[in-house]
Design a binder for this molecule. Structure first.
Ligand code: AAL
Length: 426
């Protein structure tokens, strides 16, 4: 009996070993093929080559629907007081198309002096701004073509003290839901920089994109509980409609006083008025800065710019929560407000984007005439456009763009001492 059980055990072991070896591709005994075929994916590959087949929708960026270059155009029609730093426009909302024209909302600052800077927030007052987005209102503009814009004026003014946003309302985004319009925005209760860039999210609603906008009392998305990653700031509210609900992605910054970590969260509500419930897996994006997303196929895609290990990537979440890198790109527009035709249609066949507005916060010199400007970007992240020029890689920028990113004194001193040490050793 014992012999039989040993034999059976041996048999099971042999079968399981062969199964494992069948599942594991054998060590290739031939070179990686010149021509890629369906069989190529079956061979044992290096981690890098596996990523090409598993992580991206195509083995070449040319065919990757979520890869694109970005082209930029200066927009016309908005006055910046000769770029003296007293007027700023930044953090544009998504662009929508209503009443036969495009609409965009944005942070508008018009102060007699330039900002003193977050570090000097104690020097700010009722007329002197601390940061570029302090003492701001939400203004809006319209356009026939997306290139020339006509400013329409204020949409959401700063409410009276002690309402949420009495110090500044900024960084807004638009939602259209059951034929009503909703503007979500950061509501500052003190000059940004005094304790930090701290604020919750407030909201105003209207029957028309041209207003009048009625503010909702209090915050609609509160800061996180003490000790939570988003305990101090709920920034960049970015609403989309999915699964019949309002999905608001947002940004927060945490892990101070170490190297600050900027990440993206998600809050969901059945109704634009809330209550918004934060996703238990928050943060859902580990990099980026301002959040920018658009429905794509059944899932949602995200432009991840600026900060973090995964900056300059385009990411995709089939379930709208768990994002994977879909492509790596360059010169990603910052604080992007794309034109997303199906942002609010509850689509399960998102078509993607081809243009929108973004901002440049370095339109002036810090401490001299610091201010931000809006600009247009174009791309091909659309299932309905095939623009090979947007799918190129290896773009050469003007040489002076590289030389402008020169060495600082500390780096030059290090190099000098390395050269000196080398000479002394030889
Ligand atoms: C922006 C956004 C938020 C921040 C500040 C203004 O880029 O991240 O709005 O508070 O910077």
């Amino acid at each position: 009996m014992k012999k039989l059980s040993y034999l059976l055990l041996l048999l099971v072991l042999i079968i399981s070993c062969t199964q494992v070896s069948e599942n594991k591709p054998s060590e290739p005994d031939d070179s990686f093929p010149y021509t890629i075929t369906k069989e190529t994916q079956q061979r044992k590959m290096s981690a890098a080559m596996q990523r090409s087949f598993k992580n991206y929708s195509a083995i070449h960026p040319r065919d990757n629907e979520l890869y694109s270059q970005f082209k930029y155009t200066e927009i016309k029609g908005l006055d910046y007081s000769n770029h003296d730093g007293t007027i700023t426009r930044r953090d544009p909302s998504k662009v929508i198309f209503e009443n036969g024209k495009y609409y965009v909302w944005y942070t508008y600052r018009n102060t007699s002096t330039i900002p003193v800077g977050a570090k000097n927030a104690h020097k700010s007052n009722d007329t002197i701004p601390s940061t570029d987005w302090d003492l701001c209102e939400i203004w809006y503009a319209t356009s026939e073509d997306g290139f020339t814009w006509e400013e329409q004026g204020v949409a959401v003014p700063r409410p009276p003290k002690p309402e949420v946003g009495w110090r500044s309302v900024s960084t807004t985004d638009i939602l259209k839901f059951k034929n009503k319009y909703y503007l979500y925005y950061q509501g500052f209760m003190e000059a940004s920089g005094k304790s930090g860039d701290y604020c919750p999210v407030a909201m105003s609603y209207s029957d028309s994109p041209d207003g009048p906008w009625i503010p909702v009392k209090g915050a609609v998305i509160e800061n996180g509980e003490e000790g939570a990653w988003d305990q101090y700031a709920i920034h960049d509210p970015y609403p989309l409609v999915h699964d019949g609900k309002v999905y608001i992605y947002y940004k927060s910054a945490f892990n101070r006083p170490g190297n600050v970590w900027v990440a993206g969260g998600l809050a969901i509500a059945d109704d634009p008025m809330g209550p918004f419930v934060k996703h238990p897996l928050n943060p859902v994006l580990n990099s980026g800065h301002e959040v920018t997303l658009f429905p794509f196929k059944e899932g949602v895609a995200a432009l991840v710019a600026k900060d973090g290990n995964e900056h300059f990537t385009i990411q995709y979440a089939k379930d709208w929560v768990n994002f994977e890198i879909a492509s790596i790109t360059e010169m990603v527009p910052v604080a992007t407000g794309p034109f997303v035709p199906d942002a609010f249609t509850n689509t399960t066949d998102g078509r993607g984007i081809t243009w929108g507005l973004c901002h440049f916060i370095n339109a002036g010199k810090y401490g001299v005439n610091q201010h931000s400007i809006l600009a247009r970007f174009d791309c091909d992240l659309s299932l309905d456009v095939d623009d090979p020029y947007m799918k190129k890689t290896g773009i050469w920028q003007d040489i002076d763009i590289y030389y402008k990113q020169g060495l600082n004194k500390k780096q030059l001193d290090r190099i000098k001492s390395e050269n000196k040490n080398l000479k002394e050793q030889n």
